[in-house]
Design a protein around this ligand. Structure first.
Ligand SMILES: [Zn+2]
Length: 416
């Protein structure tokens, strides 16, 4: 099957828009895909992407404008108190499950629910692929300094590595096994412990899923529950196919990756809410709060591919997640960080453009040897795979044979 081409004759992959456009307010491009139902994600699937309106304003910026003036945050906090009353327990049992790593967002969510809103949370953590030193310190501080209970769930490391490798070579999506686990563990643990409320922090829709998703306080079941009998797809392949290629594995090994059915979660009355619906969400404020209350520390050096020091710093695989979004969608980590900071009024668009231009395409060298070893692959093999996943409508080679983005937000791309 031949893929579509854009007006310059370049092949367009992943169902992305053929022409690259940048938001006129932040720095995100129209190539940013919406959240995917990961356990249905197959090679060759088309992605729905963020919408830009006629004035080239992205849906994340449009939502942010309403967040500033169109939402009565005091009324929303009243709703939060009322909602929590429905789940609050007075018998000493846990009444809310909070999935997270002890990063700034989950640290804030768990601590404020316990100490301001007087809930009794159990935090649950789906282990990172490879903890960083700072990530492990922040994780333990969450309990020891923050005063919270936690269960750390670590899946079978050999299978997790295999799924990560498949996710890289089939989908160029090394973070997929982590995302799957992180989304299903909260509801699964709630069902197991008889807790009816699961609380995540911010709604991913703030960054550009369907804008309507911001107007509902709950997460769509499709992201964490099975809605039909279709076999889960992991690393781009159905479980039965993985089993036939690996006779040493059994179906039971996949237990942590198989989401519960929507029907069984509804029967147990498990609801999944976002705190970001009720309280105005600002990542930098979460950082200040976590630093003060849960012993959260930023990194001593900036994150490669960006300029930030406190977002997503607990997993050595995380920098490769953002590097692969750069390869597939032309959007690197500095762009994600800077777009969010422009919306939250921390930096100007001009500053954001300069930061994206400077850092977006930086290769994450620091943990590259660990990543190669984890995948059990070689530099040559992985770099060849990286190049295979570059969409031709986003990437080309310059006169010296170096890969260059065709279009950048600062207008310095190969074809700008
Ligand atoms: Zn925007």
């Amino acid at each position: 099957m031949s893929l579509p081409t854009n007006k310059n004759g370049h092949e367009v992959r992943y169902g992305l828009p053929g022409e690259v456009r940048f938001c006129s307010r932040c720095v995100i491009s129209n190539q940013r895909p919406n959240s995917t139902v990961e356990f249905k994600n197959s090679p060759g699937d088309s992605k729905a992407a963020i919408q830009l309106d006629d004035d080239l304003v992205c849906s994340a910026c449009a939502y942010h404008a309403t967040k500033e003036v169109g939402i009565d945050w005091e009324a929303r906090e009243e709703l939060l108190w009322k909602m929590l009353e429905r789940y609050r327990r007075t018998d000493g049992g846990y009444d809310v499950i909070i999935p997270g790593s002890g990063g700034k967002d989950s640290a804030y969510t768990a601590h404020i629910l316990k100490y301001k809103y007087k809930m009794n949370p159990l935090t649950v953590t789906w282990a990172p692929h490879l903890y960083t030193d700072i990530g492990w310190r922040n994780f333990t501080n969450w309990m020891h300094v923050g005063g919270l209970d936690n269960m750390l769930y670590t899946p079978n490391g050999r299978l997790h590595r295999l799924l990560t490798k498949m996710a890289v070579f089939n989908l160029m999506h090394p973070f997929q096994p982590f995302i799957i686990g992180q989304r299903i563990i909260g509801p699964a643990m709630a069902a197991r412990f008889g807790v009816k409320l699961v609380m995540y922090g911010e709604n991913q829709a703030e960054y550009g899923n369907s804008v309507d998703e911001n107007n509902i306080p709950t997460m769509d079941y499709k992201f964490f529950a099975r809605q039909d009998d279709a076999e889960p797809i992991l690393g781009g392949e159905p479980i039965s196919k993985i089993l036939s290629a690996h006779p040493d594995l059994s179906l039971g090994d996949f237990a942590p990756y198989i989401p519960m059915s929507e029907a069984s979660l509804r029967e147990k009355n498990v609801d999944v809410h976002y705190l970001g619906y009720y309280l105005k969400w600002d990542p930098q404020e979460c950082f200040y709060y976590a630093a003060e209350h849960t012993g959260f520390e930023p990194n001593t050096e900036r994150t490669e591919g960006s300029y930030s020091k406190y977002s997503s710093i607990d997993d050595k695989v995380d920098p490769f997640h953002y590097y692969t979004t750069l390869l597939k969608f032309g959007i690197g980590r500095a762009t994600y960080d800077a777009a969010q900071e422009v919306r939250n009024g921390k930096i100007t668009r001009e500053e954001a453009v300069a930061l994206a231009e400077r850092f977006d395409t930086e290769f994450p060298e620091r943990f590259y040897p660990d990543f190669l070893e984890y995948l059990g692959t070689t530099d040559d093999e992985l770099r060849a795979a990286f190049d295979d996943f570059r969409s031709p409508h986003l990437w080309g080679k310059d006169a010296s044979g170096e890969w260059r983005l065709r279009h950048t937000v600062g207008g310095t791309g190969l074809d700008d």
